[in-house]
Design a protein around this ligand. Structure first.
Ligand SMILES: [Zn+2]
Length: 353
């Protein structure tokens, strides 16, 4: 893969993890879990990868007019030796054109100006939105969250949000030093039940596959899957005998989520969303003609859970880990090896109701 394609797919795999976080946190609200919203939240969580300035995927989704004004504002800022915002430059030109158009009642004679005006208004919307979304469109920032919780890792900083259902969401991110070193993304989602002080959680590992086929021999993948297995299955998270009240799926707490590679930035953002329980991964392997082990879409489909089902099943407590008490969770986290990025962008979310 060339550098641009690697960069695109590093962004892409991370955006998929963030989008799933949004789906779970909003209980599948389509308007709040689009790729655009995921890209914006990604810009806050991991600016080196997903900010407006750095993200190739986000740049591609901007109109040419918006791009033009971003470039202008950048240079104007240098010229004026102070920060000048693209939205303000657009607003100035809008006023200018509106005042000119007002001089001529025959609309047809100003068709080009009207066209320009339309583009400007759209671009202003585009850029104005991202300026405010951070707090408003996604979730509101939450300020008074100081509950002490067991944590998987501390990370440099954590961001707190208030969800539409007024639960709080705390997000921490761990990532490799350089965006080009990304080899995948992990989402760890904890749901805390306030009254019972119990927690259930799930680990999901996102990996790019091409043509719906993933070779399991890649040493980095072997290492990451191994780490995931050691963290969950081997720790007994998937076995549960004590609380078989009502119907639910097996307790496997970690899933591999193959993510379709993007070939270019302007490709439609879409991916198959199959989640394969790590516990059964070994049984789904095929062996290629040269002895390489792989999984493919056909082979996993019967055992995997689609993206659509995943959110609902987790939110209803039908999949994911058994529930932990806080002290059990504390003990479990202490028993784990130190969590390191290991090439993965790890997005760690704790939802508190
Ligand atoms: Zn398992």
């Amino acid at each position: 893969m060339d550098n641009e394609k690697i960069r695109i797919n590093n962004e892409w795999v991370s955006v998929n993890a963030i989008r799933e976080l949004l789906k779970i946190a909003t209980h599948g609200d389509y308007t709040k879990s689009t790729y655009d919203v995921a890209l914006e939240l990604g810009g806050e969580l991991y600016p080196e990868l997903l900010s407006e300035e750095n993200s190739l995927l986000r740049k591609e989704r901007q109109s040419t007019t918006a791009k033009e004004f971003i470039q202008r504002a950048k240079l104007k800022s240098i010229q004026a030796e102070k920060e000048i915002f693209p939205v303000d430059l657009i607003a100035e030109e809008i006023i200018d054109i509106q005042s000119l158009i007002a001089l001529e009642s025959e609309k047809r004679r100003n068709d080009q100006l009207n066209l320009r005006l339309k583009k400007l208004i759209k671009a202003k919307d585009e850029l104005g939105k991202t300026k405010h979304t951070e707090n408003q469109l996604i979730f509101r920032d939450a300020y008074n969250v100081n509950r002490k919780l067991p944590v998987l890792f501390k990370g440099q900083s954590s961001l707190d949000y208030e969800l539409p259902n007024s639960n709080n969401l705390r997000i921490r991110v761990l990532h490799p030093d350089k965006p080009e070193h990304i080899t995948g993304a992990d989402l760890v989602y904890e749901y805390h039940h306030k009254e019972s002080e119990k927690v259930s959680l799930v680990f999901i590992q996102y990996k790019i596959w091409e043509n719906k086929k993933m070779y399991l021999s890649d040493p980095r993948l072997v290492k990451q899957l191994d780490r995931l297995r050691k963290t969950t299955c081997d720790k007994g998270l998937c076995e549960c005998k004590t609380e078989n009240k009502g119907f639910r799926f097996p307790f496997c707490s970690s899933f591999l989520r193959p993510t379709d590679a993007l070939q270019s930035v302007n490709q439609n953002l879409i991916s198959t969303g199959e989640h394969i329980p790590i516990c059964v991964l070994d049984k789904l392997k095929n062996t290629g003609s040269r002895g390489g082990e792989y999984i493919d879409y056909k082979g996993i489909k019967e055992h995997s859970i689609s993206g659509l089902l995943f959110e609902e099943l987790f939110n209803r407590g039908k999949i994911g880990s058994k529930s932990f008490t806080y002290s059990e969770l504390e003990e479990y986290y202490k028993s784990l090896e130190l969590i390191e990025s290991g090439g993965s962008v790890i997005i760690y979310a704790q939802e508190l109701n």
